[in-house]
Design a protein around this ligand. Structure first.
Ligand code: ATP
Length: 314
């Protein structure tokens, strides 16, 4: 079977430091450190692997941190095909302290060059054999042009490989302004407001924007995820409202990535439109029920899939 290529251009080692109390300007000793392969596309890759969808994780990696990420992927049998760079990939630190507070320290990551970008586009093109769907997730590392995702979408589209783009800001805007558009985008409401540089106050306004703004023309799927409220979906000219049951949320981080994984997996197997939407909602929900980020229990899939409801809007 063909695989899904899950791209992360700025992956990280995500370090979690749980502390009873964070003491500023003092020594804090951490006993329970966890370090995982992080970055949105790696969450997508992990969830696809748990769905038993063949997946290859890709992007750029460097240094000992890059090696650590590859080792983590190897340990879980996730295939990967990153382009090596001569700089260190980044660490992202989350300190969980003082009763559910979360203080994050996020490194910017490597500063890449035009040469890296040209090399990466070649690498990407050469990675597309045997690939059915591409997902691109997250922000771009410093130094790369805002057009990179648009260029990747063009390369994949010429090979008739659909691209699911989960990014925001300028890279998303540029990708929506080109002839070759992404097959699917999954912004949340905030990211749409940012994209059109106008606040969106309600559902009616949101639907109006999606129906009339030329940025969304020619994008087959626009999936606006709404957290516990499910999603609003535009499929070509049709609109759908997806609702999900109330569930006990353990950790919602990475739900958007998990949704992308569900959508990609259904699209890759040629599922019908209803199944594509419901699968995305189910994997998003399942992620919120687990402690680990970008992680689902596939055994619960059918039970929760049945609870997703869908209504066609006019
Ligand atoms: P993130 O950036 O944390 O990955 P996001 O903003 O991109 O998240 P959300 O809209 O929060 O994405 O979540 C994606 C999907 O996950 C939702 O459409 C829904 O199916 C599921 N989900 C998220 N939060 C909840 C919740 N509190 N209860 C139930 N399902 C949820």
């Amino acid at each position: 079977a063909k695989s899904i290529l899950a791209v992360t251009m700025n992956p990280s080692v995500d370090i979690s430091y749980p502390l009873e109390r964070l003491q500023l300007n003092s020594v804090n000793r951490v006993t329970e450190v966890t370090k995982t392969a992080g970055g949105k596309g790696l969450n997508v890759a992990r969830v696809l692997h748990q769905l038993n969808s063949p997946v290859v994780a890709s992007g750029v990696l460097g240094g000992t941190i890059g090696q650590f990420i590859q080792k983590k992927l190897d340990e879980t049998n996730i295939k990967h095909n990153f382009m090596p760079i001569d700089q260190e990939s980044r660490n992202c630190i989350a300190i969980l302290h003082d009763d559910m507070q979360q203080t994050e320290l996020l490194e910017t990551g490597p500063l890449l060059t035009d040469k890296d970008e040209a090399n990466y586009l070649k690498h990407f093109k050469n990675s597309l054999d045997g690939i059915s769907v591409v997902t691109i997730s997250g922000s771009l590392p410093k130094g790369l042009s805002m057009e990179l995702y648009a260029k990747m979408i063009e390369i994949a589209s010429i090979k008739e490989i659909p691209v699911l783009l989960d990014s925001s800001g300028e890279p998303l805007k540029v990708s929506l302004s080109r002839k070759h558009k992404p097959f699917l985008i999954k912004p949340n409401q905030e990211e749409i407001a940012q994209l059109i540089a106008k606040p969106i106050n309600d559902f009616v306004e949101l639907q109006e924007v999606l129906a009339t703004n030329p940025l969304f023309e020619g994008v087959e799927w626009v999936v606006i995820s709404l957290g516990a409220d499910g999603a609003l979906v535009k499929h070509n000219t049709e609109f759908f409202r997806l609702t999900i049951p109330k569930i006990d949320v353990v950790n919602p981080v990475g739900s958007g990535d998990s949704t992308v994984a569900g959508l990609a997996s259904a699209i890759a197997t040629g599922a019908d439109n209803v199944e594509v939407m419901k699968t995305g909602m189910t994997t998003g929900m399942l992620n919120t029920m687990e402690k680990k980020t970008g992680f689902i229990n596939n055994d619960l899939f059918n039970e929760y899939y049945k609870k997703v409801t869908l209504k066609k809007l006019n």
